[in-house]
Design a binder for this molecule. Structure first.
Ligand SMILES: C[S@@+](CC[C@H](N)C(=O)[O-])C[C@H]1O[C@@H](n2cnc3c(N)ncnc32)[C@H](O)[C@@H]1O
Length: 355
C-alpha cells in the first residue's frame, strides 16, 4: 500500500474498561437504556446479535417517534444514528471475535499495524458490504474485466453513461497519445480510454482511497505503465495539455461545507468554474472536453441551474460540439416518488471544444 497517502477508514473506538454487553441472554430494555444514557454496548457471542440489537432499537424508536413528517423522520434518523453508533464489536488478530462472523479482509488491509481494536457495528456492516463488492467484483458492460472497487471509492451501479462514452469513443478519430481523467474513482473511464487505444491516461482524484485502490488493482500489469495517478484536485500535478479531458463530476449541488460529505456526489460553487478555467489551459487546441452529467439535480428540484449550460451561456472558453442523452432505467422501486424521478432521469455526455 502507498505509504505517503493516508486512506480514509473508520477510526478505532476506545471504550471504558467496564462496558455493558449484549448477547442472547441480555435484557433488551436495559441495553437500550444504557445506549440512551450515551454508553457503549459490546456485542458478544454471535455476529447476528448486532443486527438483533439494531432491530430492537428500530422497534423502540418506532414506538417513541411519529416518523411521518420530514421533520419527524429526521429526528428518528438522528436518534437511530446516535444509538446504533454506540454498539461496538471487537476485532482480534484482524478477525471479528464473535462467532458466525463474516470474513472481512479490510481489517488486515486498512489496519496493517493494529491487529486488535474496536469498531462500531454499523462501521463493520459498511466494511463487510464493501468487502463483498471488492471480493466479488462488478461486471461493467463496456469493460472486459470486472472492477474490484476499493473501500470508500465511488463505483458505478448503473451504466448508461458509460455506454454513451463508449459509443462516442468508438467514433472518435482524433489522436490518442494522451488523455486526462479528472476524478477517476475506481478507474472505469480511464480503462475505457485505454481499451479504445489511448496510449497514456493521467488521472487525478481528491479521494486518497481512489489512488490507493486503483494503484493496487493495476499492480505491475501493463496497465500500470499506461495509467498514471495523482492525489490532487482537478488536474493535480499534471501540466501537459492533452487531446482529451474527461470528467464525470459529482452531480448534486451542496451549499454546506462538503468536506464531510461524499465528494463523489456533491459539488460546491467553486468546482465547475475552477474546472473550466483549468481545462482551458489543459486542453490542446483541437482537443475534446468530455463531461458526463445528469439532470438528477434538476428533476429532484435541488436546483434549476446546470453548471455546464451555465459555462456555455457565459461564453468565452468553450463551445458545444454535441450533447448525447440517454434515459436511465429505474434503479429501484423503493418509493413512488423515487420512481417518478427515475422516469425522467437522463444521463448526458457533453462534448465541448475550444471557442
Ligand atoms: C461521480 S465520481 C466519478 C468516478 C469515475 N470517474 C466514474 O466515472 O465512475 C466523481 C469522482 O471525482 C472525485 N472528485 C471530486 N472532486 C474532485 C476534484 N476537485 N478533483 C479531483 N477529483 C475530484 C471524487 O472523489 C470521485 O471519485
Amino acid at each position: 500500500m502507498n505509504s505517503e497517502i493516508k486512506v480514509n477508514k473508520p477510526e478505532p473506538i476506545s471504550v471504558p474498561k467496564e462496558i455493558a454487553i449484549f448477547n442472547r441472554e441480555a435484557d433488551v430494555k436495559s441495553t437500550i437504556k444504557t445506549l440512551e444514557a450515551g454508553n457503549y454496548v459490546l456485542i458478544t457471542e454471535f455476529y447476528n446479535n448486532g443486527a438483533v440489537l439494531l432491530k430492537e432499537i428500530q422497534y423502540h424508536l418506532n414506538k417513541t417517534f411519529a416518523n411521518k413528517t420530514f421533520k419527524e423522520q429526521r429526528a428518528y434518523r438522528a436518534a437511530y444514528h446516535k444509538l446504533s453508533n454506540l454498539i461496538v464489536i471487537e476485532i482480534e488478530e484482524h478477525q471479528l471475535v464473535v462467532k458466525k462472523s463474516p470474513n472481512i479482509g479490510w481489517f488486515k488491509k486498512l489496519y496493517p499495524d493494529t491487529s486488535d481494536f474496536l469498531l462500531t457495528f454499523p462501521q463493520v456492516q459498511g466494511l463487510n458490504s464493501a468487502w463483498q463488492w471488492y471480493e466479488n467484483g462488478i461486471t461493467i458492460p463496456v469493460l472486459r474485466n470486472k472492477i474490484h472497487p476499493f473501500y470508500g471509492t465511488y463505483f458505478p451501479t448503473r451504466f448508461e453513461h458509460l455506454e454513451l462514452f463508449d459509443n462516442w469513443l468508438k467514433r472518435y478519430s482524433g489522436p490518442k497519445k494522451s488523455a486526462i481523467d479528472v476524478g477517476f474513482g475506481s478507474g472505469v473511464l480511464a480503462l475505457q480510454m485505454i481499451k479504445h487505444g489511448f496510449q497514456k491516461v493521467f488521472g487525478t482524484d481528491t479521494n486518497p482511497n481512489a489512488i490507493v485502490g486503483l494503484t493496487e488493482a493495476m499492480g505491475t500489469t501493463k496497465l500500470s505503465r499506461k495509467v498514471e495517478l495523482d492525489f490532487g484536485s482537478l488536474f493535480g500535478k499534471w501540466s501537459k495539455p492533452s487531446e482529451l479531458i474527461v470528467f464525470n463530476p459529482p452531480w448534486l449541488p451542496e451549499k454546506r461545507n462538503i468536506e464531510n460529505l461524499d465528494e463523489a456526489i456533491y459539488y460546491n460553487d467553486a468546482l465547475f468554474p475552477d474546472f473550466f478555467k483549468a481545462a482551458k489551459e489543459m486542453l490542446l487546441p483541437e482537443g475534446k472536453l468530455v463531461l458526463i452529467f445528469s439532470n438528477l439535480a434538476q428533476i429532484t428540484g435541488l436546483t434549476k441551474s446546470h453548471p455546464i449550460e451555465e459555462e456555455l451561456a457565459k461564453g468565452g472558453r468553450f463551445k458545444l460540439e454535441r450533447c448525447f442523452n440517454k434515459n436511465v432505467k429505474k434503479a429501484s422501486d423503493k418509493t413512488k416518488r423515487d420512481l417518478e424521478h427515475r422516469k425522467n432521469e437522463e444521463v448526458e455526455l457533453w462534448i465541448l471544444t475550444h471557442i
